[in-house]
Design a protein around this ligand. Structure first.
Ligand code: S3P
Length: 439
């Protein structure tokens, strides 16, 4: 068995107390965008604390294949020699985006206006995910994108001159919004996107920092084409979506107290903190400050008894990646938690509604699977464990059930965990530093 296979199945066991301070890796969304905008700007962009997870490294590799020089120094700082909006060149092979929906959807936007031919593919999970949501608006801008099976990757993009768009998004999706805004950079005139709910706004913030003309009026974002993008120095905030795992673990394991310094607390991403606070958690955002146009803070949390809640619909896009671990909190809370209106969870790296329902049921939790959510009745006394749970190859499902194992009497084994590498390669080291045993 090689190392990759050995870490594909992991198990976690009851923890007594989590304690200490630890820095989580850089934000995945912001890391992708820093590489993309660094490549499209003029001059050298320097990126500190880039997430070196497989997803982001796919974006790095894709831009290298399109002729962009990206160098990592011994201190882990990435330097990108920007080629400008018209400086990318055709890759000589298919671009494999691995497990990353963000890489594939945002790159579709970048490539739609580039005068060359590209093929984008990904792993089995990514090839099942819906790409029509970006193909439709980009085609309205004049893009020529061909796909398999009515909107699934591999995608073939024959870049062409685009026309501006004023697009009303049917679902709140930062990836769709970003694909359009990135396509609009290389398009004469102003393009707008109207979003139904507030989705993460890292693209808008970073475009502003690079010097683009970006305006927000209510729920509509407009970007003007052909800006002068100037290289930047970026320090990527800690990823709140990764912080979510030690944070929920510390809430659930009695006697715990942890501090996570420098975590991004952009209000479009803090839905989980609000949900947990509604459940009775006390989470402090200490030393709030701004880094590279993004709000950050040190997150302090100690264990607390939680109670079930009804999830407010407006919070769903702002906590979209955190529902797997939120469901673990619900499974150990007093009473029932009700989540609906979250059908998007079915088209993430796995069908997260189904994956959570199956895993929680095997842990003995009472769960009802809805078309667009879950009802979960918690067991605050702890769970029995002693079972094997499938992660469906989804990094966040895997980490969520490993967190659940910390409150089980018998160990929980989780299979197909290799994709933890896509977003949180230091997950096990960080959890072990805090006192949790995951091996
Ligand atoms: C992301 C947006 C979200 C999120 C994903 C990252 C981004 O996806 O789930 O992990 O970086 O823009 P959707 O835009 O599909 O909601």
């Amino acid at each position: 068995m090689n190392e990759a296979q050995a870490t594909d199945t992991l198990s976690s066991r009851a923890a007594t107390r989590l304690h200490g301070e630890t820095t989580v890796p850089g934000d995945k969304s912001i890391s992708h965008r820093s590489i993309m905008l660094g490549a499209l700007a003029e001059g050298e962009t320097e990126v500190h604390h880039l997430l070196e997870g497989e997803d982001v490294l796919r974006t790095v590799a894709a831009f290298r294949n399109m002729g962009v020089e990206i160098v990592r120094d011994d201190a882990g700082i990435y330097r990108i020699q920007g080629v400008g909006l018209d400086g990318l060149r055709e890759a000589d092979d298919v671009l494999d985006m691995g497990n990353s929906g963000t890489a594939m959807r945002l790159l579709s936007g970048v490539l739609a206006s580039q005068p060359f031919f590209t093929v984008l593919t990904g792993d089995a999970s990514l090839r099942q995910r819906p790409m029509k949501r970006v193909i439709t608006p980009l085609s309205q801008m004049g893009a020529r994108i061909f796909s398999r099976d009515q909107g699934r990757a591999p995608l073939v993009i024959q870049g062409s001159e685009l026309i501006p768009i004023d697009y009303t998004m049917p679902v709140a999706s930062a990836q769709v919004k970003s694909a359009i805004l990135l396509a609009a950079l290389n398009t004469a005139g102003g393009s707008s996107v109207l979003e139904p709910e507030w989705s993460r706004d890292h693209t808008e913030r970073m475009l502003l920092a690079f010097g683009a003309d970006v305006r927000r009026e209510g729920m509509r974002v407009t970007v003007e084409g052909w800006p002068n993008l100037r290289a930047q120095h970026i320090t990527v905030p800690g990823d709140i979506s990764s912080a979510a795992f030690p944070l929920v673990a510390a809430l659930l394991v009695p006697g715990s107290e942890i501090l996570l310094p420098g975590v991004g607390v952009n209000p479009t991403r803090t839905g989980l903190l609000e949900l947990l606070t509604m459940m009775g958690a006390h989470i402090e955002q200490r030393q709030p400050r701004v880094a590279g146009g993004e709000p950050i803070a040190d997150l302090y949390v100690r264990s607390a008894p939680l109670h079930g809640i009804e999830v407010p619909a407006a919070l769903i896009p702002r906590a979209i990646d955190e529902f797997p671990v939120f469901c673990i909190a619900a499974a150990l809370a007093e009473g029932e938690t009700r989540l609906s209106g979250a059908a998007e969870l079915r088209v993430k790296e796995s069908d997260r509604i189904h994956a959570m329902a199956v895993g929680l049921q095997s842990l003995g939790v009472t769960v009802t699977e809805l078309a667009d959510g879950l009802h979960i009745t918690g067991r605050p006394e702890g769970l029995a464990g002693g079972v094997t749970v499938d992660s469906f190859t989804d990094h966040r499902i895997a980490m969520s059930f490993l967190v659940a194992g910390l409150r089980c009497r018998e160990p929980v084994v989780v299979t197909r965990c290799a994709n933890i590498q896509t977003s949180f390669p230091t997950f096990r080291a960080i959890m072990s530093h805090l006192g949790a045993q995951i091996s």
